[in-house]
Ligand binder design. Structure first.
Ligand code: AMP
Length: 283
């Protein structure tokens, strides 16, 4: 496994691979890796002979009041995990390699980014879209792998590759969870023991809402009302809890008529948690 820190070195590896006919898979991450990230690597390895993992804590996707400085960084552990996982190259650029002095371009996906996390984290998806566009063009993979845990991000990335004619397949990978249902996240490391006990209630409430709406697709308002009350009484401060269409993120406020998802963002102490699950009306 090669660890490279420059775009030129990354391109040397991927160009050689492509010349030998190998398919290249890309897995972008911010490090502090867990089994959710490794599921993306496994999906990439299943389809591609060579896999690039990027580790870059992207400052442009954090607002001024967010946790950029506190974000966990565990370089040695990350590299050990990726070595075992069979990764070919790890790209770990410094900030100046990605955003050299004079960098002024922003990739902005309109519409899809107005709701959910886009409405609550100003500029977040501009930062994501800009860095993902750069990582795709730097590595020119056949496919790139993103988690459904960040479902809105997955749709944003799909849209930008389509709109900008970037010839890459974007694959979504189902959310990996702890045994108690909590979605794995690098930010789970912030939770105190008591918060960690509370945290699985987020997935539990989403599961209940999804089950209720499968049985009774017209009960969106009631299911959301109950869900909000349940989240608050569990100890979360709720940022949003909404049903939206799975393909477009259009709001579903009364009746689920096609593929939809329930989305939530909550705060637990100083930690922000997000999760989402599919909701489908019974056939
Ligand atoms: P991050 O390092 O948090 O930016 O995440 C990097 C990639 O891993 C993103 O595509 C995430 O959606 C994905 N990811 C994060 N947590 C999980 C999880 N629990 N299950 C599956 N994918 C995940």
């Amino acid at each position: 496994m090669y660890v490279v820190r420059t775009i030129a070195a990354l391109r040397n590896h991927t160009a050689l691979w492509r010349a030998t006919g190998a398919r290249v898979g890309l897995v972008p991450t911010m490090g502090a890796l867990h089994d959710g990230h490794l599921a993306l690597v496994r999906a990439a390895r299943a389809e591609c002979e060579r896999v690039v993992v990027t580790i870059f804590v992207n400052p442009k996707q954090f607002a001024a009041n967010e946790d950029l400085d506190a974000y966990p960084r565990r370089e040695a552990d990350d590299l050990a995990m990726l070595r075992v996982a069979g990764v070919g190259v790890v790209f770990m650029p410094g900030t100046a390699e990605i955003y050299p002095p004079g960098f002024t371009t922003t990739v902005r996906v309109a519409g899809l980014t107005d709701c959910l996390c886009g409405a609550h984290r100003r500029g977040h998806f501009d930062g994501v879209a800009t860095v993902v566009t750069k990582l795709l063009l730097q590595s020119l993979p056949d496919a790139a792998y993103f988690g459904e845990k960040d479902y809105q991000q997955l749709l944003v990335v799909r849209r930008l590759t389509r709109d900008l004619d970037i010839p890459v397949r974007i694959e979504g990978v189902p959310t990996v969870r702890e045994r108690d249902g909590l979605a794995l996240s690098s930010r789970n490391a912030y939770l105190s023991p008591n918060e960690r006990r509370i945290a699985p209630n987020l997935a539990r409430v989403l599961r209940r809402i999804a089950a209720e709406l499968t049985q009774e697709p017209g009960a969106v308002a009631r299911a959301i009302g109950r869900g909000l009350a349940d989240l608050e009484s569990a100890g979360f401060e709720v940022e949003y809890l909404e049903i939206r269409e799975a393909a477009t993120l259009a709001p579903v406020t009364t009746t689920v008529t096609g593929p939809a998802r329930v989305f939530a963002a909550v705060h637990l102490g100083r930690t922000r948690l997000i999760d989402n699950l599919p909701v489908a009306p019974a056939p």
